[in-house]
Design a protein around this ligand. Structure first.
Ligand code: 5RP
Length: 231
């Protein structure tokens, strides 16, 4: 790992470590996806092995597999209708705690899990904190057969969609069997408006704008963690 990557990874781990303060015995815990959430799940697994009693609802197959491998009891929405606290990463976080998520391709399940959570805590390294959303391409999950149609409608909104590819060069397929269109937006001046416009396109399953959902963000450098709260 390069020095810079190691520093960023340390920050991600620190944020994940701090997030354990929000976990108590008996809780239903939403488990996010991505490298920062992976740190959290590993740390949670250690606590479970030490006797902590929690049940987890994962936001991706990868997180589910990891949680199971660590002995964290995994449940779904048949077993619980509400999540006490969800810990998840983000690609961009504003000071108002609006987010872009979905860089890891799990935005649909992540938004479902976040929407069912009493408390949604974001864990991120400080590179993710931004004044305005939009530098990171906005992921939009779409039904496969509708993708060309949705792409044209997104272009008409002024964004530039690209079909996400996997590491072998094929289409990236989400856990739910859909495609992701990564949309270069530039600075997003009115995220609520853009979210509503994208949501109105038939064939869009979900988008990566998480507005007014996060309650707390733990933003870490490699030495300390700042806690931001949504006002
Ligand atoms: C996955 C996500 C991730 O939370 C986001 O991409 C941040 O990932 P990482 O913690 O690896 O930087 O939204 O869909």
């Amino acid at each position: 790992m390069l020095a810079m990557e190691a520093t960023v990874d340390k920050a991600k781990e620190l944020a994940a470590q701090r997030s354990l303060e929000f976990i108590q015995d008996g809780m239903v815990v939403g488990m996010g996806s991505g490298t920062t959430a992976t740190h959290f799940i590993k740390l949670l697994g250690e606590r479970v092995q030490q006797g902590l009693k929690v049940r987890g609802i994962p936001s991706s197959r990868a997180s589910e597999d990891l949680a199971r491998s660590l002995g964290i009891p995994v449940i779904d929405f048949h077993d619980a209708t509400e999540i006490d606290v969800t810990i998840d990463g983000a690609d961009e976080v504003t000071h108002k705690l609006d987010l872009i998520k979905g860089g890891g391709g799990a935005l649909l399940r992540e938004k479902i899990v976040a929407s069912a959570s009493k408390l949604f805590v974001v864990v991120a390294d400080s590179r993710k904190l931004v004044e305005r959303l939009g530098k990171f391409p906005l992921p939009v999950e779409v039904i496969q057969m509708a993708a060309p149609l949705v792409a044209r409608k997104l272009e008409a909104l002024g964004v530039k969609p690209t079909v996400r590819r996997n590491s072998s060069g094929g289409d990236y397929i989400t856990d739910e069997g859909n495609l992701i269109l990564d949309c270069a937006c530039g600075q997003i001046d009115d995220p609520q408006k853009l979210a509503a416009e994208i949501r109105a396109i038939v064939g869009v399953v979900e988008h990566g704008l998480f507005l007014g959902m996060a309650n707390i963000a733990l933003i870490a450098s490699d030495t300390d963690v700042k806690e931001l709260t949504r006002s």
